[in-house]
Design a protein around this ligand. Structure first.
Ligand SMILES: [Zn+2]
Length: 315
């Protein structure tokens, strides 16, 4: 991160207001459950404002925040700072250019942290430029002194890190840059999930394309973020008019026990029993067939995504 040298510290009031606003956004975005997450903002060489323990980040007021020094000692405020403030302090100590740190448990990125898959596929230009690649720091008990040690190697070279089986941590030159990196990280993880796990295919940016993005990033004064692995082959340089990508064969599982029994009626002309497939049975059979054209594939993906979104909203 460059351009920090001429940085002026925020006033106490400005820092607290920014923390409360970022807390609201974090909560509304569903990045935290209950009282999870924490935010801090540096206001002097040895002072930060941070969020208290045991409070929902969506409903904080100015008087709840705590000012601590870089040893974690409370300077101002009646509340107790979060035990996770230790990892914030470590980021400030490792990288003096950082002015704010945000931590949350965004569900998709946290799932990658649990799966042990770092976010480093070159698929989104914005993610390469503004966020960079996001490594996973090895597991450490939340709140323990092992957490700061686990993230320390990445504080200067990267802009965010996933904490194994825990959540995400990001930092920047102010509260909103740190928070926006958290948003970008969750968005990036979501796209990786759709392309990798649901659509099952992603054209990665080629090494030349990544090189151009890194040049743009450097021109913007961003010197951290790492360089993601890139594709030697350019796979996204042609217009796609007819889909030649391999189709995903979606075969929904239908429980045999639940299959409706065919209805039947007596045909008066022959006095024999004729079975009639109910519309439900016909539908199930249709779904059971492999989906072989693009439109069906898109419909099926839309259905699955809608299902997932409505499931997560119910929770
Ligand atoms: Zn946490």
């Amino acid at each position: 991160m460059a351009g920090y040298n001429d940085f002026k510290y925020l006033s106490d009031f400005e820092a607290k207001k920014a923390i409360i606003e970022a807390g609201k956004r974090m909560y509304l975005k569903g990045f935290v459950a209950s009282n999870d997450g924490n935010i801090s903002c540096r206001v002097g060489p040895n002072a930060i404002w941070t969020t208290p323990t045991g409070v929902s980040k969506g409903y904080m007021t100015l008087d709840m925040l705590v000012k601590v020094d870089l040893d974690g000692k409370v300077l101002v405020g009646k509340s107790k700072p979060s035990s996770e403030v230790k990892m914030h302090i470590r980021v400030y100590k490792e990288n003096p250019e950082v002015m704010a740190v945000t931590h949350a448990h965004p569900p998709v990125a946290t799932s990658f942290a649990i799966a042990g898959i770092s976010l480093d596929k070159a698929i989104l230009p914005e993610a390469v430029v503004n966020l960079g690649s996001v490594p996973i720091a090895h597991y450490a008990t939340p709140g323990s002194t092992d957490v700061p040690d686990s993230i320390a190697p990445y504080c200067k070279s990267h802009n965010a890190v996933l904490l194994a089986n825990h959540g995400a941590l990001s930092w920047g030159k102010d509260v909103f840059e740190a928070y926006h990196r958290l948003e970008s990280l969750e968005y990036y993880a979501t796209v990786l999930m759709y392309t990798g796990k649901i659509i099952g295919q992603a054209n990665e940016l080629s090494c030349n394309q990544v090189k151009e993005l890194i040049t743009i990033r450097e021109k913007l004064g961003i010197t951290s973020g790492g360089i993601p692995p890139c594709s030697l082959v350019e796979s996204n340089t042609k217009d796609v008019v007819t889909n030649t990508a391999p189709y995903i064969h979606v075969v929904p599982q239908v429980n045999k026990k639940e299959r409706p029994k065919p209805a039947s009626y007596i045909d008066p002309s022959c006095g024999c029993s004729v079975s009639v497939r109910s519309s439900e049975a016909v539908n199930k059979q249709t779904i059971n067939q492999e989906i072989i054209n693009k439109e069906d594939l898109i419909n099926e993906l839309t259905r699955r995504i809608t299902e997932q979104v409505s499931e997560s909203l119910k929770r």
